[in-house]
Design a binder for this molecule. Structure first.
Ligand code: PLP
Length: 471
């Protein structure tokens, strides 16, 4: 019985050339090419045949209009870029999977301005001689951090590798056991150390390391003292790490430079706004740390990059290392970094123009109107088929920064028994402008903090589109 029904359906499947005769397909052929459309039409029919043979019923899918529509969707999908913008409604400000920091308009403009033509990337305009690509941002980052010299490489992981290679290859690096961290994406300090050819000397215990632990470990083989900011976790309770100033004093007394991998590193003192307990980059520099490195796309809110700042003699050596060339940044990154750093010259500008900082500093009060706007738009889209509310919640900083910090926010929540929220969430990832949400306890959550005001209407349009796709 089943078999004969399947046979009946198979007989109804049109031949590819018949399907291509459908007006929708003919138009597609005009717009694209016969080869492309006929290949995709063949795929559509082939897929259906396999499904029918596997026992699926496909009455409605066999109608000519439905088949042509499916071909049109597949053609469209071919031209949809794989890498594209999404809306972040997760509330995680530095979401590594969503590309970390969104750039300031000024940074985007700088990329556009320099991308379409030639630039003075490695040309000194005042002398007409060859210049260095590092010149464009070195002066600025030194001004903002108080460092003597600086360079910038592909990312902070590259910065760590480079510093360890230049400063400690064939030597040993003293590090506190409590700072041997693994950062997301399996970046392990111990593994990078191995790759750099430096030998690891662990001191102290997981929760406590004293200055005397460092003191005893330093010998003629020691190339560097490494301090790693434990950016993505916190050891709480019975803990101890020596004060930075004491570590610096010890290092200078013993003639061994100290390098601090700050991870995120902020130019703005977020503590002044009640966020976190992280020292700024400038504080590390002023404390006398010889080399400091940090990411460009974490709390700094610029492009993916790794800054290395510090004492002139060490930065000069690092610049000359052969690895530096392999880890160098491109012109687009430099354009974005310079434009973003310029904003930091005026803290008020950084607070309003650098999206990462602006989002971190958004208060519940300042987001209330946005939350209500989104709630009312979504209520309109669902038209009584869902319960849409504004609720108090907490956002996270993300990107391995300020792990224990929670920022009070508003969530617009959707609950319903009329359709599957899991299905809605799925379709929200497949519409033209995907919206990344979170599902918490049978409710779909939209965190207002990470949605730009210009995106509120777009979120509602995407939800409307996704609703239309629910079967
Ligand atoms: C994030 C982080 C890194 C890696 O930085 P990327 O810019 O992502 O390469 C290295 N060290 C610490 C402590 C970090 O937090």
């Amino acid at each position: 019985m089943l078999l004969s029904m399947g046979m009946e359906q198979l007989r109804k499947l049109p031949a590819v050339h018949k399907l291509l005769d459908h007006p929708v397909c003919r138009e597609l052929i005009e717009l694209h090419s016969h080869a492309l459309v006929s290949r995709l039409a063949g795929n559509v029919i082939g897929d259906l045949r396999r499904e029918i043979l596997a026992g699926a019923e496909h009455e409605s899918a066999l109608l000519p209009d439905a088949l042509a529509h499916e071909v049109a969707q597949r053609v469209q999908a071919q031209f949809q870029p794989h890498f594209r913008p999404v809306i972040n409604a997760t509330g995680v400000v530095l979401h590594t999977n969503l590309g970390r920091a969104p750039l300031a308009d000024e940074a985007v403009d700088a990329i556009v301005r320099t991308a379409s033509g030639y630039t003075n990337l490695e040309l000194n305009l005042s002398t007409g001689e060859r210049g260095s690509r590092y010149d464009h941002v070195e002066r600025l980052i030194c001004e903002l951090t108080g460092a003597e010299a600086a360079l910038v490489v592909n990312n902070n992981a590259a910065a760590v590798l480079l510093v360890l290679t230049e400063m400690a290859k064939g030597k040993s690096v003293v590090i506190s056991r409590g700072q041997l961290v693994e950062i997301g994406g399996s970046f392990r300090v111990s593994e990078v150390m191995r790759a750099s050819g430096a030998a690891l000397v662990e001191v102290g215990t997981t929760n406590k390391t004293h200055l005397y632990d460092y003191e005893r470990a330093i010998d003629d083989e020691t190339g560097l003292i490494l301090r790693v900011h434990t950016s993505n976790f916190r050891v709480v309770g019975f803990t101890h790490q020596p004060e930075l100033a004491d570590l610096v004093a010890l290092s200078h007394q013993r003639g061994v430079p100290v390098y601090e991998d700050l991870g995120s590193g902020s130019l703005i003192d977020l503590r002044a706004y009640g966020i976190g307990d992280e020292p700024t980059i400038g504080e590390s520099v002023r404390a006398g740390v010889d080399i400091v490195s940090f990411s460009g796309d974490k709390l700094l809110g610029a492009a993916q990059a790794g800054f290395i700042v510090g004492k002139q003699e060490y930065i000069q050596r690092i610049k000359k290392n052969q690895l530096t060339r392999a880890l160098r940044v491109d012109k687009f990154t430099l354009a974005a970094l310079e434009a973003t750093l310029l904003l930091y010259r005026d803290e008020e500008k950084a607070k309003s123009r650098v999206p990462t900082i602006w989002m971190l500093l958004r208060t519940q009060e300042s987001m209330a109107a946005e939350a209500e706007r989104l709630r009312s738009l979504l209520a309109e889209v669902f038209g009584g088929r869902a319960d849409v509310r504004v609720e108090e919640a907490m956002s996270q900083v993300g990107g391995g920064s300020l792990p224990t910090e929670e920022l009070p926010t508003w969530h617009v929540t959707v609950r319903t028994r009329h359709f599957s929220l899991n299905e809605l969430e799925h379709h929200l990832r497949h519409v033209d402008m995907p919206v990344m949400t979170t599902m918490q306890k049978e409710a779909l959550h939209f965190d207002v903090r990470t949605i730009f005001p210009r995106e509120i209407e777009v979120v509602a349009a995407s939800v409307r589109d996704a609703c239309g796709r629910i079967g």
